[in-house]
Design a binder for this molecule. Structure first.
Ligand code: C2E
Ligand code: CA
Ligand code: CA
Ligand code: CA
Length: 278
């Protein structure tokens, strides 16, 4: 009947408005959160298994909301990206991560790399290179201890722009990592053109690498590709000894995953570093 149709329509517009309202509320909350220092970084260790050393930390942002508790990036990065809030948030992440890495070095820990994720909008922002240069100068971190991570899809949006931007960043001494490698369907010829230093093997390939001959073949292929192109490798999502042994046999030495540690809040990082040195 007409009445039912009407109700249905009303319900539909109501949920649509609700969704828009929701993301507006979220955006307002996120702006306030940035003002109120509610964002924090967790750090996940990257370990070289042959050397038995912590070689880096990936900075991973969380929103520590007094109302809602700890919120993971999947629940706010997409909206931050949509609204542009990722630009000030991303600069905060970079500054905090660089300054923290500098502080670890000053405290006498062996120098490590700090890895920071760049989303599409951050990578395309005007003056990205200037911003990074300024943050490095202000925090005093030596650029060779900074790694910027981008994904294949970000890199391939405009390859000429990507190549030029990466060249400027590398000219400062910064390293570039290709994150989630293998998931972006990128053609291998691009890999040759892109000035990158590190491939990060996506954790979707690691999950079944021990039992699935297909995944084992993919991971082995990525490893030989990296070796042949003289790129450093980091395997992500390594959770078991068996996965680590597989990687070691293939001469993939650097591992990031729950096997060694989940992403840690700051006080636990220092605990991890001290314990790991023993
Ligand atoms: P990502 O860059 O691929 O980061 C790795 C994600 O895998 C992290 O999730 C980490 O907690 C998780 N992980 C690490 N080891 C393991 C493991 O052994 N097993 C499993 N199951 N998971 C593991 P997280 O922290 O929730 O971050 C999710 C994504 O959010 C990141 O994926 C990255 O794309 C994005 N992100 C995080 N922090 C930032 C940031 O500061 N800026 C930007 N633009 N994006 C960020
Ligand atoms: Ca990453
Ligand atoms: Ca990744
Ligand atoms: Ca990912």
């Amino acid at each position: 009947t007409r009445e039912q149709g009407g109700n249905h329509y009303q319900f539909y517009t109501y949920t649509m408005n609700d969704k828009i309202l929701n993301s507006m509320v979220m955006e307002t909350k996120m702006r306030a959160a940035l003002e109120n220092d509610e964002f924090i970084l967790h750090y996940q260790p990257q370990v070289n298994v042959r050397k038995g050393k912590v070689v880096g930390m990936e900075a991973l942002v969380r929103w520590d909301s007094p109302e809602d508790g700890l919120i993971l990036p999947q629940d706010f990065i997409p909206l931050a990206e949509e609204t542009g809030l990722i630009i000030p948030l991303g600069e905060w992440v970079l500054r905090t991560a660089c300054s923290q890495n500098r502080a670890w070095q000053s405290a006498g820990y062996p120098p490590m790399d700090i890895s920071v994720n760049l989303s599409a909008r951050q990578f395309r922002q005007a003056r990205l290179v200037d911003m990074v240069e300024r943050v490095l100068r202000e925090t005093g971190l030596d650029p060779r201890y900074l790694v910027l991570e981008i994904t294949e899809s970000v890199a391939l949006q405009d390859v000429d722009f990507t190549v030029a931007t990466l060249q400027s960043l590398r000219a400062m001494g910064i390293k570039i990592a290709m994150d989630d490698f293998g998931t972006g369907f990128s053609s291998l010829s691009y890999l040759k053109r892109l000035p990158i230093d590190i491939l990060k093997i996506d954790r979707s390939f690691m999950r079944d690498v021990v039992h699935s001959p297909q995944d084992a073949a993919i991971v082995s292929t990525i490893i030989s590709l990296a070796h042949n192109l003289n790129l450093k490798l980091i395997a992500e999502g390594v959770e078991s000894e068996a996965q680590a042994r597989f990687l070691e046999k293939k001469q993939c030495e650097e591992i990031q995953g729950y096997l060694f540690s989940k992403p840690l809040p700051l006080p636990e990082v220092e605990f991890f570093l001290r314990r790991f040195r023993l």
